[in-house]
Design a protein around this ligand. Structure first.
Ligand SMILES: [Zn+2]
Length: 377
């Protein structure tokens, strides 16, 4: 199994200055390599390969001695990143995907990370040494497992530095098998309601952080471009963003872990979140709740733990269908929190009823696909 571990980096000023220097050199190389591709194309509609640009790196290091300190794999990675954006640009053009967006030159702010592969670094307990940069201390919140394939050092807009270790062959931590099944309906009133009757409130506790973010964004917009005050205001905005994101992640991890621990089969709806955001009234709560991110977490945690997550198609009328008798209530509107089925007379809580339908549809789909759902409630 592949997995990425991310940690905050601590260290002295000189080490960070050195790392910042590498970022600058990588950014310049990226832009020069992009320019080379563009000018070669203009000269004769020809292209230059990733491979031949990489082959020119020793020459570059010869001509510009400041590049000699930077690991050759780090520089190769710069060319590979450019090649990746090029390839994805041409793929989008080929597939006719909207505005394809030609690869752009990167500004100092936008080029914020460099990557090492097998050499040039050493991990010793809580210390990460990078040759010609220095030694960082890691805030090691959880142990690294598997084989480290790449090491990426990143400077975030808050000015904090992080390292990501991308690992291969990480041992899977499968949970004890569970035959419990659950359907989850993401709601408007609550963050989500499940078919077992559980309900998780929307995370209103971080409204404060969001309010702070908005205040700071307003301050930023009033500052003069290029001024010291503007730089400072931008940093404060970045910090507020970080705080909101951290709180949200913490919240979402907790819920995802709850479902992964307790259920072997998890059924969710394939939400068209983009389509829903157009609805002005829903935008705020959808933004708050970050269901897309939640589903992403459910998926990767399920893969790790040996659980199954099944998305049911959007066309299933899960809210309007009576989970008791199957009758469809065409008159149900978004504001109806409760409703009574005209066929069987059962009183439904809107979200709980939907969650039960999601579970039923999910189980039917699973039976059709895999033969049996093998689950109990
Ligand atoms: Zn009914």
């Amino acid at each position: 199994m592949k997995k990425t571990y991310k940690y905050r980096l601590l260290g002295n000023k000189r080490t960070f200055n050195n790392a910042d220097g590498w970022l600058l050199l990588c950014q310049r190389l990226y832009n020069v390599a992009l320019e080379q591709r563009i000018s070669i194309y203009h000269q004769g509609k020809k292209t230059i390969s990733c491979y031949s640009q990489i082959n020119q790196l020793p020459e570059l290091r010869e001509a510009f001695p400041e590049y000699q300190a930077v690991g050759s794999q780090v520089l190769q990675d710069v060319i590979e990143r450019l090649d990746k954006t090029y390839k994805s640009f041409f793929r989008r053009v080929k597939n006719g995907e909207g505005k394809a967006g030609f690869p752009r030159f990167k500004s100092r702010d936008r080029y914020d990370s460099f990557t090492l592969k097998q050499t040039g670094w050493e991990l010793d307990g809580r210390y990460l040494a990078i040759r010609n940069v220095g030694r960082f201390k890691l805030r090691l919140s959880r142990p690294i497992e598997g084989d480290i394939k790449t090491v990426t050092i990143r400077r975030e807009s808050t000015g904090k530095w992080y390292v990501s270790f991308s690992c291969d062959k990480v041992p899977e931590r499968k949970l004890e098998p569970s035959v419990n099944a659950v359907g989850i309906d993401v709601g408007i009133k609550s963050f989500c309601v499940d078919s077992a009757g559980g309900s998780i409130a929307s995370p209103s506790y971080f409204r404060y952080a969001e309010k702070m973010l908005r205040t700071r964004q307003r301050t930023l917009s009033r500052r003069v471009k290029g001024s010291h005050g503007r730089r400072k205001a931008r940093l404060l905005v970045a910090k507020a963003h970080e705080k909101v994101a951290n709180q949200r992640n913490h919240f979402l991890h907790g819920i995802a872990n709850h479902y992964i621990t307790n259920y072997g089969m998890i059924y969710i709806e394939d939400l068209n979140i983009k389509g829903m955001i157009k609805n002005h009234h829903l935008a705020k709560s959808i933004n708050d709740a970050s269901w897309g991110k939640f589903f992403g977490m459910l998926n990767y945690k399920a893969a790790e733990a040996g659980r199954t997550v099944i998305k049911i198609p959007r066309f299933e009328p899960t809210s309007k269908t009576c989970s008791e008798c199957g009758a469809i209530n065409q008159e149900l509107t978004l504001s109806d929190r409760q409703w009574v089925c005209k066929s069987c007379g059962v009183l439904h809580d809107r979200d709980y009823n939907a969650a039960k339908n999601i579970r039923r549809v999910g189980q039917t789909l699973q039976e059709l696909t895999y033969g049996t759902a093998q689950s109990v409630s």
